[in-house]
Write a new protein. Sequence first.
Length: 60
Amino acid sequence: MVNPLSVLRAFVVNPLSVLRAFVVNPLSVLRAFVVNPLRVLCAFVVQSYPPCPITLSNHN
């Protein structure tokens, strides 16, 4: 159910954030990945890179 590539990509983008999330609430993180892995991955990308694709699409 959990996409291992998305998990690895999240670790590459922001390992400390991922580790902190797992330490704080591992069940919540796992449930989030099962429910919507893309949303979780986007959240990590937004944390790491302020200019999110969403903001770019809003300017169009």
